[in-house]
Design a protein around this ligand. Structure first.
Ligand SMILES: [Zn+2]
Length: 482
């Protein structure tokens, strides 16, 4: 059991207070995004969203399947709640809507928007190579295979999956008018109206097979790093008039407030990608020819497995160098053979000197995770990395190697959306052979024992039979003789 310190309890209480009492936050001013982390510590942590989706972060992953959504086509008889929560325009979604193409079922909960202002039609949260779109729609889903509702899922590492749609000003979009025509009914904070259901699929871009994928967070407090992000490559368009109706109709204030604050520019600025990569489901097309391909799931699985069991010499022999991206600045200067030798030496050879202790300083995430007492059980993105580095530390691996792993291998391996899947298969992959071998072994042992026992018994019976027969015969003979 972890030792619970006073600061930890204080931080936990502060966080719980912030959550339960909903500490005020805004996009600007004294409660603006730079101050969010005072009340919501995760906002100052890692795995934060949005990010600028830059070309150098991209890795092509051929295993990314097209997004498939189910029951998005709602009947007009199904009433949806359109609301203004003071931060955004939000539409509640029925639980029959879900994403079916991920490794778990993700059930829809709501969709909402972020947008710019009438004077600056640039309000998307994700940007692509620095380009900010006019607006962005987020369709929020939770992992309903694992959690009973969104409240239970929201702070879990595998809790949420959000579909992000970039919106640019251009052609009129009839799908957006399905709810924009009711926007005057929700001008003020906490106002809600019922709107007839419509085909939510029509709000998404036509192509659902081209997207960016990365691990990130809620883009509003409490900023839990619990989101598997899918940002579609192709934007949808809305007309200038439609954009202006979103950008000018709403207030973040209550109807009774004396000073009304218009609701616009409700986007968070891009966060640091840190050690993350962005997977892409497409390779062809503009500017993506040089995109690195992500390590295959099988190789990744094997590497994780080897790193976890600490079989470092084998790992070097089997070619850790193969995993290093071809564009890797540190090791690509030499020949691959050199890499292999270098890694073999560094991995296999125990070092006399211990590693620089500063290397093992806990990351910011770890500090927050530790503070909140959520650690491995709930917010465990870093736990695998920690376990591997623990293994390396025990084997006195060299600082340079550790840094190489940190810089070049982990960005790919540390994709939390992959880890569960991979570890699941690692566990299942190991478990099944272990079970089969154990069962076969047990059957074999039982068979051998039975066989030996039978042999022994039949030999004993034979001997007994012989001796009994002899005796009997003898007795008979004797008897007959007697
Ligand atoms: Zn959002």
């Amino acid at each position: 059991m972890r030792c619970v310190s006073f600061p930890l309890i204080a931080a936990l209480q502060l966080t719980l207070l912030s959550i339960t009492h909903g500490a005020k936050w805004t996009y600007g001013g004294p409660q603006g995004e730079h101050h969010w982390s005072k009340h919501y510590p995760y906002c100052g942590g890692t795995f934060q969203s949005p990010i600028d989706i830059k070309s150098e972060l991209l890795r092509f992953d051929p295993t990314l399947r097209p997004i498939e959504v189910q029951n998005y086509n709602l009947s007009p008889n199904e009433q949806l709640t359109l609301g203004n929560n003071g931060h955004s325009l939000q539409i509640s979604l029925p639980s029959k809507m879900h994403i079916s193409s991920l490794h778990r079922r993700f059930t829809a909960a709501q969709l909402h928007f972020h947008w710019g202002s009438s004077s600056r039609p640039a309000g998307s949260e994700h940007t692509v190579n620095g380009k900010q779109y006019a607006a962005e729609m987020h369709v929020v889903h939770y992992n309903s295979d694992k959690y009973p509702n969104i409240s239970m899922a929201v702070d879990k590492s595998d809790g949420l999956a959000v579909l992000g749609v970039l919106v640019e000003v251009g052609e009129f979009n009839p799908a957006f008018d399905q709810f924009l025509k009711f926007i005057n009914g929700i001008k003020y904070r906490d106002q809600k109206v019922q709107v007839p259901g419509f085909n939510i699929r029509t709000l998404l871009p036509e192509r659902l097979d081209e997207y960016y994928r990365y691990d990130g967070s809620l883009t509003t407090p409490p900023c839990y790093p619990s989101v598997l992000w899918t940002v579609f490559r192709n934007p949808v368009t809305i007309s200038q008039k439609q954009f202006l109706s979103i950008a000018t109709a709403l207030y973040s204030s209550y109807a009774q407030d004396s000073a009304l604050m218009p609701l616009h520019s409700n986007y968070r600025k891009p966060q640091l990608p840190e050690s993350r990569v962005v997977l892409v489901s497409f390779k062809e097309g503009r500017g993506l020819h040089g995109t690195l391909t992500v390590t295959s799931p099988l190789t990744r699985k094997r590497l994780i497995q080897q790193l976890l069991v600490g079989d470092l010499a084998d790992l070097a022999d089997e070619g850790l160098y193969q995993l290093l991206p071809s564009g890797s600045q540190k090791l690509h200067a030499g020949k691959r053979k050199d890499h292999k030798n270098w890694l073999s030496e560094n991995l296999a050879k125990p070092k006399q000197q211990l590693l620089n202790p500063s290397l093992w300083k806990k990351s910011q995430t770890n500090r927050y995770v530790g503070k909140l007492g959520l650690a491995e059980d709930t917010m465990c993105y870093v736990s695998l990395e920690q376990r591997v580095f623990h293994q390396l530390r025990q084997s006195h691996a060299e600082k340079r190697l550790v840094q190489t792993l940190r810089n070049t291998v982990f960005p790919e391996l540390n994709l939390k959306s992959y880890l569960e899947y991979d570890l699941f298969w690692i566990n299942t992959g190991l478990l099944i052979p272990i079970l089969v071998i154990s069962t076969l072994g047990l059957v074999l042992i039982v068979s051998i024992v039975c066989c030996l026992f039978r042999q022994k018994r039949s030999a004993a019976d034979q001997n007994r039979g012989k001796s009994a027969g002899y005796n009997l015969g003898e007795r008979d003979e004797y008897g007959s003789r007697v």
